[in-house]
Design a protein around this ligand. Sequence first.
Ligand SMILES: [Zn+2]
Ligand SMILES: [Zn+2]
Length: 103
Amino acid sequence: METDCTRCELPLSMCEHGLRDRTAKTAGAGAEKLLISPTGLAHFGGCPHKGDDPDLSRWAEIRDENAWLKLANGESLPATDGADLALVARARCLDCVNHGPWR
Ligand SMILES: [Zn+2]
Ligand SMILES: [Zn+2]
């Protein structure tokens, strides 16, 4: 059965809200590298939260094309690269979710 949008009551496959959610979910699919902040948030490279600070000594990376979608599905992903391999990405930066990759 089709889910109706809670905002406009059209089926999600037809309304703009559903479209926006689907776009936001898949925008980062295929990003070859994500950054993990010291707080466990996953970002696309170039996120303004990182700003101009080039210091990545407390950050880590995930190299997995499906990482963004896995995180969208609620999975936690351990760092595969970068300075702090003990980091685990548990959620996605909302700015990155809304914006998609920063390039
Ligand atoms: Zn809607
Ligand atoms: Zn971000």
